[in-house]
Design a protein around this ligand. Structure first.
Ligand code: UD1
Length: 338
């Protein structure tokens, strides 16, 4: 009998790609989203890729009664929690909004999961490592004090999950994503930032399409080979596949510890300038960019040691940065109707 996975925030960037991979792997997926930070584009794209309508529930996980109702009306084998705010700067300006939304929703999911015996996958972030003392970072690398309420919610939610697993006999996995970029090869789903993008790749593609005049590269005086920051850019479809591996590990009872953490990255550091050059080369265009002062809060360099995920989850990133940047550009053109 097929197993059911609930995807909170399933209409968003990561959630929609994970939904596609789970469904293609044979899972029944329920998408739940309050649509506070997206429209129906990705949900429609998911259904088009899969050639079927997936169950969609418009709801807010901050509503504990609605969360409990959803879990009692459906036999949910695992829940993946994406429904959270994610803009670092906004979280500094609006900490209460971030703490309320990101923490309350996850507490409600944990409560319902405890009562219904549901496995929990939490979508964490490399932000928990802060400015690391050593690179690449392993899952044992120390977590650094969070520099934003957003980062703090990731650390706190990891701790909520760890403590609930220890106390209630639950099973949970936290995946620490590095920098998710790109889009589905169909160009039917992708990233849909509201307003001016904070993240690098949507800013690049919007500059290339003419929506932004110029890309500002924040800092070229970092102690790195070309002076720009180093990150581990992970293809969104590769990232989505890691969730299928983690969900099946939980559902099939293959976990070695009841709470496990995995880095999800490529293991390859790429500088901002290298990424910009790769985008220009693979898509055959020139980007209008300029160097600008450093952005407050940016770390110099962080990339993953993803070997634990390879050994235990049987997962490895497969797509090249060029393939990923070609997909990101195809998505931007799709949005522009080109
Ligand atoms: C940020 C968050 C991370 C989150 C991720 C995805 C922190 C410190 N960072 O990562 O938690 O998971 O977004 O939402 O919490 N850059 C430019 N020009 C731009 C935009 C970015 O030069 O217009 C540079 C940045 O300085 C950085 C790199 O590009 O070196 C990547 O930036 P970004 O895409 O915003 O991701 P992070 O800050 O690494």
């Amino acid at each position: 009998m097929s197993k059911t996975v609930l995807v909170s925030g399933g209409a968003g960037f990561i959630g929609s790609h994970v939904t596609v991979e789970l469904s293609q792997a044979g899972y029944d997926v329920i998408i739940a989203d309050n649509m506070s930070n997206c429209d129906e584009t990705n949900y429609k794209g998911v259904c088009a890729i899969l050639g079927k309508q997936l169950p969609f529930i418009k709801m807010d996980f901050c509503d504990s009664a609605a969360t409990e109702k959803l879990f009692s009306e459906n036999k949910i084998d695992a829940v993946i929690h994406f429904a959270a705010f994610k803009a670092v700067g906004e979280s500094v300006a609006e900490p209460l909004m971030y703490y309320k939304n990101n923490l309350v929703s996850f507490l409600n999911i944990l409560q319902a999961s405890r009562e219904h015996g549901t496995n929990v996958l939490f979508s964490s972030s490399a932000t928990v490592y802060g400015e690391p003392d050593e690179t690449p970072v392993t899952e044992q690398s120390p977590r650094k004090p969070a520099t934003s309420p957003y980062g703090n919610t990731k650390q706190m939610c990891e701790d909520f999950l760890r403590d609930c697993v220890a106390a209630y006999g639950m099973h949970g996995i936290a995946l620490r994503y590095f920098n998710p970029i790109g889009a589905h090869p169909s160009a039917l789903i992708g990233e849909l930032p509201r307003g001016v993008p904070n993240n690098l790749v949507p800013f690049i593609t919007q500059t290339a399409i003419g929506k932004r005049e110029c890309l500002y590269i924040f800092g070229n005086d970092y102690p790195t080979p070309d002076g720009t920051c180093l990150r581990d850019y992970i293809d969104i479809v590769d990232l989505a596949k890691a969730h299928v591996c983690a969900v099946s590990r939980m559902i099939e009872g293959r976990m070695e510890e009841p709470y496990e953490i995995f880095n999800i990255g490529t293991g390859r550091p790429v500088s901002v300038l290298e990424l910009v050059n790769a985008f220009e080369k693979v898509n055959g265009l020139k980007l209008n960019y300029r160097f600008a002062p450093r952005r407050e809060g940016d770390v110099t360099a962080v990339w993953a040691d993803p070997s634990l995920a390879e050994r235990k989850l049987g997962w490895k990133a497969t797509r090249t940065v060029e393939q990923t940047l070609a997909a990101a550009w195809a998505w931007e053109k799709h949005l522009a109707g080109k």
